[in-house]
Design a protein around this ligand. Structure first.
Ligand code: FES
Ligand code: FES
Length: 186
């Protein structure tokens, strides 16, 4: 057992846990932060994605001890961080996922939303290709990729002050404006 000093969602914490535990294990089984999902537990699915100093990492492959002194953000901290920054309500990524119906069972959502938040923090106006690349490590077993990509595009559009031409959240319209050689994401 080892006492580890972690900075999670703005709180400085001392956590007693076995030295070999991953960050995911500490988050879920010591801190009760079960929003980070334990899917494959071997780096394949992205369900455990959290932010370390603002960058997405796989918590199931990261030793908790390695994160000492660095800012960790889990899905539980996303809305509080938005409010602390002067925002209103949930983080725009969360609101957009809600508005676009970008979830089915919800298991992939924490990781998806944190990957999206990291992308938008680094690049507020990404292309669809860049959005796909940023989310490529997050798997959705419910195959909800269409609405997920649309949700991120909604965030981008709202941040830029212009609505997409064919939004999925406007019923009756074709949600996809495709490039000639581009297929809709699955
Ligand atoms: S649980 Fe970490 S990548 Fe699947
Ligand atoms: S909504 Fe079920 S895994 Fe993505």
């Amino acid at each position: 057992m080892r006492v580890q000093e972690l900075q999670v969602n703005g709180d400085r914490l001392e956590v007693a846990a076995p030295a070999h535990w991953t960050l995911l294990e500490v988050l879920r089984y010591r801190l009760g932060l079960t929003g980070s999902k334990q899917g494959c537990d071997k780096g394949d699915c992205g369900a455990c994605t959290v932010l370390l100093e603002g960058a997405p990492i796989l918590a199931c492959l990261t030793l908790a001890a390695r994160c000492a002194g660095q800012r960790i953000t889990t899905i539980e901290g996303l809305m509080p961080a938005h409010l602390a920054a002067g925002g209103v309500g949930p983080d725009p990524v969360q609101a957009a996922f809600d508005r676009c119906g970008a979830l089915q069972c919800g298991f992939c959502q924490p990781g998806m939303m944190l990957s999206a938040r990291a992308l938008l923090n680094a690049k507020p106006n990404p292309t669809r290709t860049e959005i796909r690349a940023a989310l490529s490590g997050n798997l959705c077993r419910c195959t909800g990729y269409t609405q997920i990509i649309q949700a991120v595009e909604l965030c981008v559009a709202e941040a830029c002050g212009s609505a997409p031409e064919s939004p999925a959240w406007a019923p009756g319209q074709n949600p996809w404006k495709r490039e000639p050689d581009e297929k809709a994401p699955r």
